[in-house]
Design a protein around this ligand. Structure first.
Ligand SMILES: NC(=O)c1ccc[n+]([C@@H]2O[C@H](COP(=O)([O-])OP(=O)(O)OC[C@H]3O[C@@H](n4cnc5c(N)ncnc54)[C@H](OP(=O)(O)O)[C@@H]3O)[C@@H](O)[C@H]2O)c1
Length: 289
């Protein structure tokens, strides 16, 4: 058993993935725009992720744009059979690095073809429809038209499974009337617990919940209870934050992002961390205040 598989696996449709995965967004340049400062280092992180046994990489063609997908292809193609690459569509980057809505049927089709070309694939394993009604927290709004367009691309054989990102419970329910939804990717971590009820619901339905910003994203998680717990466990605060997520629910899949092999290895080691009950309770209080 590799260290990574100690956290177990989860089925994304018919694709088994390690619960400990890797998010590639940090590999692009500053503001997720342009090439990385050190391309060799970016390629090394991707290779180290797969060598460590990770079988779930999260990406998007709008990281860069195109940069992270091209790095993934250069580092890992031809891909190991066990590797599942999850990408997302629904946004377009402006020349000023802005994030813009791109969810017409034509834009989604062109995004799927961009992902196929840049990743060097004939079929995309999982495509998340990233709802861009807001860049921040999910807001209510009809997703029938874009999701139907994506489901048509799935019917044509270009996409194996569909997920949703930045969505409300109502939008997930609507999505499930259109096609099978295998995963939901929303912002969630120790300090941002707004999806607690949703996670429990998705667990019962056998749907993966993939928190983005598991370490706080651009504002790393910081709390006294987190530092105290890390000290007591002889671990880093980031390892405790990941171990807490693994413990939170079995349908939670991790995609921590990093541009460093050292941080990648530290993140992977969080699968070995068993948090005792008293620490779990004090960590729970961080987000429930
Ligand atoms: N669906 C969406 O809308 C959406 C939005 C954002 C992100 N995502 C996905 O979610 C993934 C995870 O999110 P994220 O990468 O933005 O945020 P994150 O995983 O919460 O945090 C990444 C940040 O933490 C640092 N870091 C990582 N491991 C560390 C460690 N062991 N010790 C100290 N610092 C560490 C990274 O810096 P270093 O590079 O220096 O390690 C980076 O600054 C992304 O890669 C992307 O695939 C999806």
């Amino acid at each position: 058993m590799t260290e990574v598989t100690r956290a177990g696996t989860f089925q994304l449709g018919d694709l088994p993935v390690t619960r400990m995965g890797y998010g590639a967004m940090q590999l692009a340049g500053p503001h997720v725009f342009g090439p990385p400062k050190d391309k060799a280092a970016a390629l090394a992180v991707l290779r180290a992720a797969v060598e460590s046994g990770i079988t779930h990489i999260d990406t998007s063609d709008f990281y860069g744009p195109h940069v992270t997908n091209q790095l993934i292809r250069e580092a890992l193609h031809p891909y190991p059979d066990a590797l599942t690459i999850v990408t997302k569509v629904g946004a377009r980057r402006g020349s000023d690095a802005s994030w813009n809505l791109a969810s017409s049927a034509a834009e989604l089709e062109s995004a799927v073809h961009d992902n196929l070309r840049n990743l060097g694939l004939d079929v995309l394993d999982v495509v998340n429809f990233r709802v861009m009604l807001s860049v921040g927290a999910p807001v209510e709004g009809d997703i029938e038209e874009p999701l139907t367009a994506l489901a048509e691309l799935q019917n044509k054989g270009l996409i194996r499974h569909i997920g949703l990102s930045n969505v409300t419970a109502k939008q997930i329910a609507q999505g499930r009337t259109i096609t099978e939804i295998v995963s939901v990717q929303n912002m969630y971590n120790l300090a941002h617990r707004h999806d607690d009820a949703l996670i429990d619901h998705l667990e019962k339905e056998g749907i993966a919940y993939v928190p983005y910003f598991p370490l706080g994203g651009f504002t790393p998680l910081q709390a006294d209870a987190l530092s105290d717990a890390a000290e007591q466990c002889g671990a880093t605060p980031m390892q405790v934050a990941l171990a807490w997520l693994l413990h939170r629910a079995p349908n939670i899949l991790l995609i921590p992002g990093t541009s460093s092999v050292e941080h990648l290895q530290q993140n992977i080691q969080s699968v070995n961390l068993q948090l005792p009950e008293h620490l779990l309770s004090s960590l729970d209080n961080i987000g429930l205040r």
